[in-house]
Write a protein of this length. Structure first.
Length: 354
């Protein structure tokens, strides 16, 4: 058991922060919450918050036993007021949980996940969520989905949006990222896993149209062991997993960004692209209209020709690019991790004494 940060003052009951997701080698949307929110909570109240993390080798699947058994046992010894979990799961044995459920994808898109993963989250995960003090989710869309599909008490589900870190900005070092990743042509970027709901096959036509315009379509992302692959996309330059330090430059160097997902609980890559001054095209599905507002071109993800047309326009129409860039920068400035952390802190402190 590794304790990160300072122990709570002797007169206070600590609020434990489960940092398991924060020590994983690869950063996705769930891990991003842990990496960004936990340090900010610590900065707000170093005498009250206590992050606990397993050894790095237990950060992924092997860490389930640590999370379910060792963590609540240690929290009990500390006399913790509650435990905060930023990554979808909490232990059944601990009665005072606050957890973040990012979406209801495992309930809505059942065929995409392995049976073991689906059963664990749909049965055990939901049972824990129903008895939690509060469930935080990342959009109004996800709240509606969790209440409808997961039968969660709507009075206990709170919406707190994710944010964008300051390193995602228009002057991020695009040249360095492009050189490291071996990109040699102007490009349009998409970021995400290869699950079927990400709908990457809808970009095949866009890749052809972009190639005709002298651009290539670049895909950054890796698969997850518990998600079935949606298949390869012909004509797309696949980078695989991109190190977190290279992401801002990769966004900033793109002519446009596209996310054609049929289902997203929030769509954080859209905001990250906007913060880097990159025009965004997104599917008019899930939480993406809520996240993007009028700062992106919203398209029907089941109409590849419409997707292709919007992507080419966002990458080549200079007047449109100027408008989308300005709107995107405004939109991204409204969502910061500092704001997210303050909202989480207010929620946790209100529950700590309850």
């Amino acid at each position: 058991m590794e304790a990160v940060g300072l122990r709570a003052a002797s007169g206070d009951r600590p609020l434990v922060l489960n940092s398991r997701a924060a020590v994983r080698d690869r950063i996705g949307g769930v891990e991003r919450w842990a990496v960004e929110v936990i340090p900010r909570l610590l900065a707000l109240r170093p005498d009250r918050y206590l992050p606990l993390a397993p050894p790095r080798r237990l950060a992924t699947q092997a860490g389930q036993a640590w999370e379910q058994l060792a963590l609540p046992a240690h929290a009990a010894r500390l006399g913790a007021a509650l435990i905060f979990y930023p990554a979808n799961l909490a232990p059944w044995l601990w009665p005072r949980n606050v957890l973040v459920l990012h979406d209801a994808a495992v309930l809505r898109n059942t065929s995409e996940y392995t049976y073991a993963y689906r059963a664990w989250h749909a049965r055990f995960g939901l049972a824990v969520a129903r008895r939690a003090l509060r469930v935080v989710t990342v959009s109004d869309f996800s709240r509606r989905e969790l209440v409808a599909l997961g039968r969660l008490d709507p009075d206990k589900v709170v919406v707190i949006h994710g944010g964008v870190a300051p390193r995602f900005r228009p002057d991020a070092d695009a040249e360095l990222a492009i050189r490291r990743l071996g990109l040699r042509r102007p490009y349009v970027l998409t970021v995400g896993t290869d699950g079927a709901r990400k709908n990457l096959t809808a970009l095949a036509h866009a890749a052809i149209r972009l190639r005709e315009a002298g651009l290539e379509l670049v895909w950054a992302g890796a698969g997850r062991r518990y998600i079935g692959s949606g298949g390869s996309v012909e004509g797309v330059h696949r980078l695989g997993y991109v190190a977190d330090g290279d992401l801002p430059g990769l966004y900033a160097g793109a002519r446009a960004f596209v996310l054609p997902s049929r289902y997203e609980g929030f769509g954080l890559p859209c905001l990250e692209a906007m913060a880097c001054g990159t025009p965004v095209v997104a599917a008019a599905r899930g939480a993406l209209p809520e996240t993007c507002g009028d700062a992106a071109l919203l398209v029907d993800p089941d109409e590849p020709e419409d997707v292709a047309r919007a992507v080419v326009d966002a990458a080549t129409d200079e007047q449109l690019r100027v408008r989308l860039r300005a709107a995107g920068l405004r939109r991204a400035s409204e969502r910061t991790w500092d704001r997210t952390a303050h909202q989480i802190d207010a929620l946790l402190m209100s529950l700590a004494g309850a």
